[in-house]
Design a binder for this molecule. Sequence first.
Ligand code: SAM
Length: 387
Amino acid sequence: MADPMCGSGTTLVEGVLAGDNAIGLDANPLSVAISRTKCGLLRVDPGDLIDVYEHVRDALLDLRLGNRASSLIHFKKLDDRDRGYLHAWYSDQVLVDLDTIIQVISSTKEGALRDFLRISLSNILRKVSWQKSDDLRVRKEVRLDVEIDPIREFLEELGRSVRLLLAFLRQNEGTPVGSFQVIEGDARELQRYWEEWRGKADTVITSPPYATALPYIDTDRLSLCYLNLLTRPEHRKRDLLMVGNREVTERVRKEYWSFFLDHRNILPKSVVNLILHIERLNRQHEVGFRRHNLPALLSKYFFDMRQVLCGIFQLLKPGAEAFVVIGNNHTLAGGKRVEIGTAKFLGDIAETLGFKQGAPLAMQMLVSRDIFKRNAVGSESILRFRK
Ligand SMILES: C[S@@+](CC[C@H](N)C(=O)[O-])C[C@H]1O[C@@H](n2cnc3c(N)ncnc32)[C@H](O)[C@@H]1O
């Protein structure tokens, strides 16, 4: 099975557990790291997990009592611009503690367990920073009155994850698991990354971003920088690759819009009519920059998703199915509420590419990260496309 926008690897994990060969791709390096780690952990021996956990816990508890790292070995290896950026988000003491943790992690054997420790560290990076915790955006709130203790936070986070993982591994002991491969890449160019799998996938299961997507790269900035997964200067460029990206300059907006006007005939009429309708309503009223950008961004989203679906079509075996989890949206245009029926539109696009649509499966929205709740829509559906 394949997931070309695998995020944190939910579908890949299920694929591996079902004994499949699971392949995943994502443009966000943190998502790739999390997916690889989760799939890699499915083969770990519970005894090795306990040994590594105890080693790390004991080393950190010792260091916490006295000799925290005196030199910032990891931090000093980062790019200058990343260091400057991180200095703005962490106190000096927190940077020392984070270095202590990452030095202990680096002393463990390379492999899934070390990756697991790094992801556990990633999970606390927002909490020990001056980033407001209840906000998807990176907004700052310097808290000099609060004691921030990264080592304690890390050990709590790690302890929690180890307990969950151990329970799972013990229950699953003896069950054969499949293989996996997760790579970083742009889902709009699937054919290029997965040339070797062309016409070979039994199933694709994926949940693409919504039409007005979440700021994936932005939300993960601190982890991307601190774990040296993507340097600061690369963030903006990477944002532009993200399907559903909504951060555009006026110049880029104009480019998207003129591309839409020149190429709209390759999109289904339903999609073109909606975009033109929103543009017309907005033009007749004074609207802020987000609403002004929406028609161009929506057109970009549907062109991008068309390319992704085209890649999925080529990847599948004849007769095989793709399952696409998607939610609808709405916007206010010219004072009117306009529904953006993304699920229907993706179905229309899929049909123009040669897919046959089956009846969609209804599903209750699963919100795994509380801070996403505010941006969530009420329900999602699972679209079924057969090649
Ligand atoms: C809704 S999330 C997927 C969630 C996933 N099912 C999970 O279990 O975490 C959408 C994913 O699409 C990825 N994405 C956005 N644009 C992409 C692109 N051009 N190429 C590859 N992945 C992309 C995002 O990084 C994000 O991880």
